[in-house]
Design a protein around this ligand. Structure first.
Ligand code: ADP
Length: 319
């Protein structure tokens, strides 16, 4: 393989740039030409593709977002869209593609692979919702952003007698809520994997109230429902003054943490190696600190699992 391409797709995540840098540098290290595809699959179909050199990825390892931009594309989901993309790649002679993104992006990569075009997926999403890897690129940075915000909310919470509900991202996964809750000593954590815990949250709040507890922090994963609605229910049930903060897109931004930069560098470089080894339709991941790779579609059939020991621990520590 003498020419490869790289794109970022779906929701952006801090550390994607570090992954792009690793792909570009590792390819050039192996004397392989590397092309950046701008705006994800949309840009791929439109031929928005430029050759990258060592300097193209200088000074980006510390930057959030993605210099290749990201996009969502309905057209790419069609056969015609996928063929357009392959035609663009063939015109330049690009022989393999690395896709940095979430599960939707991986399904696109699998479609291209099924059409005979080799792709490798690199998991980049703050949600940590991809099976086959312990961590996705961006999760650690988002977690630290959440922790920073909750620390600040806690300062004001201690000055008032209030209950705080904080809604965090994660799509259908509770990882961000769980890790943030444990890291911040939240009184309660609500995650989609344990959806029926509303009553126990109320019970815990009332118990706290009875023993004179002045404030409480509840972390709610967006996959459970709306934080605003939940806050109203809490206020109705407990009659406690309740405030809701939806952290929103601040969780997606910022300079990637050291962990995410290292993870992105390792995964991006490994993806290049796999393409050069002639592999296709694989995703790279990290499990027990070892780099691994899995069939990209088989792995997505597995359910994403939350660490229930951690969930139980958070309950034990917030009695
Ligand atoms: P993420 O990669 O973060 O999960 P999306 O689910 O929005 O984000 O997917 C990103 C893009 O991947 C979509 O806009 C679409 O172009 C492509 N994609 C998603 N699902 C499929 C699919 N089943 N077949 C082909 N392409 C897909």
């Amino acid at each position: 393989m003498k020419k490869i391409g790289v794109l970022t797709s779906g929701g952006d995540a801090p550390g994607m740039n570090a992954a792009v840098r690793a792909v570009v540098r590792k390819a050039i290290f192996h004397n392989v030409e590397v092309y950046g595809v701008y705006n994800g699959y949309q840009g791929l179909m439109e031929g928005n593709i430029k050759q990258m050199n060592l300097g193209s990825v200088g000074d980006i390892i510390q930057r959030g977002g993605t210099i290749l931009y990201s996009a969502r594309s309905e057209e790419f989901k069609t056969e015609e869209g996928q063929q357009k993309a392959i035609d663009q790649l063939n015109t330049i002679g690009i022989e393999g593609l690395i896709v940095i993104g979430g599960d939707g992006s991986f399904r696109g990569a699998e479609k291209l692979t099924q059409k005979g075009y080799p792709c490798i997926g690199v998991p980049g999403t703050i949600d940590n919702d991809i099976p086959g890897t312990d961590f996705t690129i961006g999760f650690d940075t988002a977690l630290n952003t959440i922790i920073d915000s909750i620390d600040k909310i806690r300062d004001t919470a201690t000055s008032h007698e209030r209950t705080y509900v904080i809604e965090v991202m994660g799509r259908n996964a509770g990882d961000l809520a769980l890790w943030a809750g444990l890291a911040d000593g939240a009184e309660s954590i609500l995650i989609p994997e344990k959806p029926d815990d509303f009553d126990s949250v109320i019970m815990k709040l009332k118990r706290g109230q009875e023993r004179g507890k002045k404030h409480s922090i509840i972390i709610l994963a967006e996959g459970v429902g709306s934080g605003v609605e939940f806050g109203k229910r809490v206020e109705n049930e407990t009659k406690m003054d309740t405030r809701v903060t939806v952290l929103g897109h601040t969780q997606r931004g910022g300079s990637p943490s050291g962990f995410d930069r290292v993870l992105a560098s390792r995964l991006g470089a490994r993806a290049v190696d796999l393409l050069l080894e002639g592999k296709a339709g694989r995703m790279v991941g990290i499990q027990k600190n070892e780099l691994v790779d899995h069939d990209i579609i088989e792995v997505l059939k597995e359910p994403h699992e939350i660490d229930l020991d951690m969930y139980n621990l958070s309950n034990e520590l917030s009695i």
